[in-house]
Design a protein around this ligand. Structure first.
Ligand SMILES: *Cc1c(COP(=O)(O)O)cnc(C)c1O
Length: 364
């Protein structure tokens, strides 16, 4: 038994955060209407833009990613116009729900859980009706599917009135994402997934044309209003009190990420994905996500061997020191997820996989 020992998070959010990053939060507090804060904001802004591959801007929001779902819809979809959601997993479906909750007219292209969306499906829908925005989840964390964002972006680009909204909460900094090249109008993300920060701060790369449209829309609300955020951003500031400690952590973490190299970070995630697939298939498990669209940051394992995911979590906590995922929503238990995202190393991954092997041996 491991007592009083730190249990490492092997969850698809919040993820394990390195001690150095946790400690970056303990710097003395500064006022946010000071030059010191403006310096921190500007430094972080520059690094965020590089990491999103955008020349435009990245808003920093004192919220989780869900807040920016709402901001994107309220600032980007006009009255009397419709929004198209590509749904097929817990998160894409929730984003559509948020659009409805904000009074928008929503159409969905629903695929079975575990399937990806194709550019053809989007082309069909855009030829039949006109939409202010196409909303897609880059990496559907519940099913482990990565959508072909670049190819879908090509289609959306042919309809100049339709803007391209991407939730990359569990994709950003773990798998390829190129905001400007792919014609993305908003790429929103949270801190607690592949960024490997504590939860509580979210980020959104926003295009010029989305900002221009926002200025023409009524009832954008206040907290997630991009027009308001932009006014402050131009002064290296935020409208409301920002999560200063988390921004220090983000600034420190960005240095590590840029030192690793964004593309090298993607490659590390891909290598961990491949090792995870190999392990799962060799044991006789299935892979839940459609072949060709399997995520680099999280593998959803089809629990074909019927292992008890609660017993696995208990074993892993006490014998190996990891907290494990048990599957999400309606596929809980019949699947479980192995998140290889953030600052997870191949060694840590192998320790987890070895632990699961030990659990399975102990059950027999
Ligand atoms: C975790 C997650 C969210 C929700 O983000 P919060 O930061 O918890 O609001 C949204 N989309 C995806 C794909 C996620 O993985």
């Amino acid at each position: 038994m491991r007592q009083n020992e730190h249990i490492r998070l092997f969850l698809p959010g919040p993820v394990e955060v390195r001690r150095e990053i946790l400690e970056a939060q303990t710097q003395w507090m500064i006022g946010h209407r000071t030059g010191e804060f403006a310096d921190l904001f500007a430094r972080l802004q520059d690094k965020l833009k590089r990491s999103f591959f955008t020349e435009s801007r990245v808003y920093v929001s004192g919220s989780s990613g869900s807040g920016l779902w709402e901001g994107a819809i309220r600032c980007g979809v006009r009255d009397e116009r419709k929004v198209l959601h590509l749904t097929g997993g817990a998160f894409s479906e929730r984003w559509a729900q948020i659009s409805r909750a904000n009074g928008k007219q929503v159409d969905c292209i629903q695929v079975d859980w575990g399937r990806a969306h194709s550019p053809d499906m989007v082309a069909d829908a855009l030829n039949k009706a006109s939409y202010d925005a196409v909303c897609v989840v880059h990496n559907e964390t519940s099913t482990g599917v990565t959508n072909p964002i670049g190819a879908i972006g090509e289609v959306v680009r042919q309809h100049p009135d339709s803007f391209f909204f991407v939730d990359t909460v569990s994709g950003y900094l773990g798998t390829e994402l190129r905001v400007d090249d792919w014609g993305i109008d908003i790429a929103l993300t949270s801190s607690q997934k592949a960024f490997a920060l504590p939860p509580g701060v979210a980020f959104a790369a926003v295009s010029d044309r989305l900002l221009e449209r926002a200025a023409t829309i009524n009832n954008r609300g206040y907290y997630f209003d991009f027009v308001t955020l932009e006014k402050s951003l131009l002064k290296n500031n935020t409208p409301a009190t920002p999560p200063i400690a988390l921004m220090h952590a983000a600034d420190r973490q960005m240095d590590s990420i840029l030192a690793e190299g964004i593309e090298a970070r993607w490659a590390r995630h891909r290598a961990m994905r491949d090792a995870t697939h190999q392990w799962a298939l060799e044991r006789g498990f299935g892979l839940y996500a459609q072949e060709g669209y399997r995520s680099d940051t999280v593998t959803t394992v089809e629990n074909t061997l019927g292992i008890d995911v609660n017993a696995l979590d208990k074993f892993m906590r006490s014998e190996v020191g990891f907290a494990m995922d048990k599957g999400y929503g309606v596929i809980k238990g019949s699947t479980f997820r192995l998140p290889h995202m953030g600052d997870v190393t191949i060694d840590m991954l192998l320790e987890v996989l070895g632990g699961i092997d030990a659990f399975m041996a102990s059950e027999n």
